[in-house]
Design a protein around this ligand. Sequence first.
Ligand code: 4AD
Ligand code: MG
Length: 471
Amino acid sequence: MTVKTETLMRTAVVDTLKKESIGKSVKVCGWVRTRRDSKGGFSFIELNDGSTFDSVQVLAENTLPNYESEVLKLSIGSSVEVHGTVVESPGKGQTTEVKAGSLKVLGYADPATYPLQKKGTSFEFLRTIAHLRPRTNTFGAVARVRNEICRSIHNFFQSRGFLYVHAPIITGSDCEGAGQMFRVTTLDLDNLPRTEDGKVDFEQDFFGKSTNLTVSGQLEGEIFATALSNIYTFGPTFRAENSNTSRHLSEFWMIEPEMSFCDLEGNMQCAEDFLKTIFSDVLNNCPRDMAFFNERIDKTVIETLQGIVSSSFERVSYTEAVDILLKSGETFEFPVSWGIDLQSEHERYLTEKKFKKPVIVYDYPKDIKAFYMRLNDDNKTVRAMDVLVPKVGEIIGGSQREERLDVLERRMLDSHLDPAEYWWYLDLRRFGTVPHAGFGLGLERTVQFCTGMGNIRDVIPFPRAPKTAEF
Ligand code: 4AD
Ligand code: MG
C-alpha cells in the first residue's frame, strides 16, 4: 500500500512490517505510541498509522541532528514523518524495524493535557472524547472490522447480481408504522402555523407536507425490486425510540435486500448465507484485529464465529419458540404466552441456552408485526422472520411481503394506516404484483457480534442515542 502525497510516496506501516520490505528505503508517517530511550544513545519509537493493528518500531540514533532537541521530546500522540530503511529487527516481538535517516516532527501532543495517556482507559470515558478514541487500539480495530464488514456486504450482493439502490433519507411515510420518527421541518417552532382546527399546518412546511427521517429503506426498496428483481439498500436509518440499551442507537446503518420471485424460505436462506459470508470474511481478512478482540474483549469471539460459519442455523416457528420457552423451566421477567412480542431475555434463552447457535424464528402473530408482512392461511400469523444470535439477540428482521392488494389494504386499515397515503405502495400490487421478500440487517449489531464489543455505542464512530449527540 503506497500512498501518493505531494512529494514522496508514503509507505503504510502495514507494509514496513513485512519481511519482503527489508532493505527498502521508506517514508513512514504516523502517531507515536511509545518512546523508549536506551543508555546506548538511541531511542525506539512505536509508530502507528492505523493501516494495521500493530505499530512499527523506529530506531532513532543520537547521530540524528535533532535527537536531543526533538526526538527526546516526543511523547504519545505526537505525529512524525520518518525517512529511513527497513531492516531486520534484532529485538523480540517484531520482524522488521525502520532505521531512521531523518525524523521530522509534524506535531507534538503535550503529555500534560493529551487525554490518551494511560492504558486501560474506560470505554465510557472514551465516549466523551470521540474525536480522539480512533487512536486507541480498540477503536482502530473496530474501524477496520467495520470497514471489512461493509466491503463483504457489497461483495456478497454484487457477486449475486443485486443492484445497490439508494433509498431517501427524508421521507413522507413511516415504513414500520411504529411512529418512532424524527421530524424534519423548517417551520419556526416558536411560531407554528395552524390550520383552522388548530393543528400544525404542514402545507406551509418546506416540502408542503409532514416529513421525517427514514426508519427503513424497505418500501422504496420494494419499488425497485418489483422492477429490477434483486436489489439492496445500505444507508443510515433513524429511530426516535427512547431505548437506553447496549443494543440500540437512534441513528444506525441498515442493509436491506429485497428479492422479487422469492418467498420466506428463500429469504431465510439468503439471510443465513449472507451472515456466514460476512463472518468468514472478517475471520479471513482481519486476523490481527480479531486476535486482539479475542484476547482483550471476548475470549470466545473467534470460536463462536468459526462455529457459525461451519454449521446451519436453527429454524423454529414462533409457536414452537413459545412452547420451548414455556417448557424451559426458566423464570423470565416478562411472562411468556402465545401472542407476546419476544423480549430480549426470551431471544437470548433460545439462541444462547437452548440452541447455542443462531436461530431463525418465523411465522409471528400478525398483531405484533408490521402491516406489510404476508398473512398466512391461518389468518393469525404472518410470514415474518427474525434472526437471533447469542449476546446481541435480534440481528436481522424480515419477511415475505403481502402481494395481494385486498389483503394488504385490510392489514393497513387494521394497523390504523390510511391506504390513500400509501397509494404508490399499493400500485405495486395493482400492476404486475409478484411474490417478494426481504430483510434488514443492523450494521452495528453485526459489528458488535463480530468484535464482541459490549456496547453498540462503541462500534459506530459517533453514536447517537437519547441525550447523546455530542460530536
Ligand atoms: O426489525 P427491523 O425494525 O426491520 C425493518 O426495519 C424492516 N423494514 C427490514 C426489512 O424487512 N427490510 O430492523 C432491522 C434490523 C434489526 O434486526 C436490528 O439489527 C437493526 O435493524 N435495528 C437496530 N440497530 C440498532 N439500533 C436500533 N434502534 C435498531 N433497530 C433495529
Ligand atoms: Mg425487528
